[in-house]
Design a protein around this ligand. Structure first.
Ligand SMILES: [Cu+2]
Length: 504
């Protein structure tokens, strides 16, 4: 079969590496043996010298004794003085070098560049895109559900990933941004379109990738963007072009950096896929993207480093306890009480160049709430996305009920009269809402799902079936792994990725 190495040749390859230590034998003239042999041969020399020395023993013994005594006394006087002087000087030099160790480079250790640019909140948040006020244009279905032709197109984007300082909740922190913003730029496509995103990694000293959360990647698994699994990280200063077709999918998705904990520092954004043939959801007048997220005031890799130690800064007596977020965010922003330095990870004021000092009022401004205006009486579709690193949420709006119409990119039979929706990390839900009570009416918050942290699985009923991806030979990709032992290092090589079935 093309592109697939037979298991016979694979097993042959597996044994092609350097032979195992058991198979190797020391060469007959190994260095150790050679040295031992040489030493053995030189043992003849002292015998010869002894003989010579014995023949010179004509000097009177008292001369030897006087010489020895003189040598001993002068050695004691000179040696102690000069010698100790030398030692003292050596010690002083050693001590002085020990007292000035090379300074700990916080920035390079944690991957935070020095001299980061500051991005004000007005530039950080792209309100226009989050409000979805100018949705993608294509010929859509009419009200009778009659299908219209949509010729698939290529939607092109360029993402420049950079590091910068910003204050998502008013508290200044180093962030990773897509095109200088968090949340990142809106990716919008129609079902059947090809999405092409050139990702330029502008982060000094750190690789990155971008994962397209919820996108099936049928026939394009290598575009999934998971570092170390479907691709290597994009090195600093280099680019990678993602290209995938959004087939048979529509709804609410998101993307995020997928190396280490990079999205914890703000590297995420929305994807909205619209189907020209129409979607099985009740129509609304307006739409909003609503990211719910958490935020850590310390940089992600600083937290990760502490978390991976046997004892963390937040729980010193136990390993493996995740840090609690400092705040929650709605659409990348929120307010914060600046008198609280951090609930999780007090900054290292001596080493962290970006740690907020107590007297530094400019680095905590108090932040701002996310607000949006909806025309009275209008029906609104909220595209909820939980981009947290740690927290799940019950999302509700006072005085409003929800009709849940989509879960994770699949339309469901509308769940009407809901007081809210539970969102786990990575989950999306679309909820249509209106304000039947009026803002002046203080409605009760109502019941939440009880006894379970999530919506029971049997409640949502999908409105359409998604075809399973065909797994035939024409659609199969082979990856071969090869295990090799080289010296003390076990290595796994991805030998070959075969049979590309990517065509459109
Ligand atoms: Cu994801």
């Amino acid at each position: 079969m093309p592109g697939h190495r037979s298991s016979g040749s694979l097993s042959r390859l597996m044994h092609e590496g350097p032979s195992s230590p058991g198979q190797e034998s020391w060469p007959s003239s190994s260095p150790a043996l050679f040295m031992w042999t040489r030493r053995k041969t030189t043992t003849a020399l002292p015998v010869f010298a002894n003989e010579k020395r014995a023949s010179r023993r004509q000097v009177p013994l008292w001369v030897l004794l006087v010489c020895a005594a003189c040598f001993f006394v002068s050695a004691l006087i000179l040696g102690l003085g000069l010698g100790l002087g030398c030692i003292a000087r050596y010690r002083a030099a050693a001590l002085s070098s020990a007292s000035t160790p090379p300074p700990f480079n916080y920035s390079s250790f944690y991957g935070i560049s020095p001299g980061l640019e500051f991005v004000p909140i007005e530039r950080l948040i792209n309100t226009t895109e989050l409000e979805l006020r100018s949705p993608l244009e294509f010929s859509s279905s009419n009200n009778d559900g009659e299908q219209q032709q949509h010729s698939p197109t290529v939607r092109e984007y360029v993402f420049n990933i950079t590091q910068a300082l910003a204050t998502p909740d008013g508290f200044r922190k180093p962030m990773l941004l897509f095109n200088g913003q968090s949340t990142g730029p809106l990716v919008e496509a129609a079902t059947g379109d090809v999405v092409r995103v050139v990702v330029n990694n502008g982060v000094a000293g750190r690789s990155t990738t971008v994962h397209w959360h919820g996108i099936n990647q049928a026939n394009s698994t290598w575009m999934d963007g998971v570092a170390g699994v479907s691709q290597c990280g994009i090195p600093p200063g280099q680019s990678f072009t993602y290209e995938f077709r959004v087939d048979a999918q529509r709804g609410t998705f998101w993307y995020h950096a997928h190396l280490g904990v990079q999205y914890t520092d703000g590297a995420y954004g929305p994807i909205v896929v619209r189907d020209p043939r129409g979607e099985m959801v009740p129509p609304t007048d307006e739409e909003r993207i609503l990211f719910v997220s958490d935020v850590y005031h310390a940089y992600g890799s600083v937290l990760l480093n502490s978390y991976l130690n046997s004892s963390s800064k937040w729980v010193p007596f136990e390993s493996g306890v995740e840090p609690l977020a400092d705040n929650i965010l709605l659409n990348g922003q929120h307010v914060y009480d600046c008198s609280v330095v951090s609930t999780t990870y007090p900054p290292d004021l001596d080493n962290d160049p970006y740690a907020r000092k107590a007297d530094d009022s400019s680095s905590c401004t108090g932040g701002r709430m996310y607000t949006t205006k909806v025309k009275p009486g209008n029906k609104l579709r909220l595209r909820l996305i939980n981009t947290s690193s740690f927290l799940s949420y019950w999302v509700s709006i006072d005085n409003h009920t929800f009709t849940i119409v989509e879960l994770d990119g699949v339309e469901i039979e509308p769940l009407t009269g809901q007081r809210g929706v539970y969102l786990n990390i990575g989950q999306r839900a679309a909820a249509n809402t209106s304000n039947p009570f009026g803002v002046a009416n203080n409605g009760v918050r109502g019941d939440v799902w009880e006894g379970c942290d999530d919506m029971p699985f049997d409640v949502p009923k999908p409105m359409r079936k998604m075809d399973a991806v065909e797994v035939t030979e024409a659609n199969t990709h082979y990856i071969e792994y090869m295990f090799r032992q080289a010296q003390d290092v076990n290595r796994i090589f991805i030998n070959k990725v075969g049979k590309q079935a990517w065509h459109y």
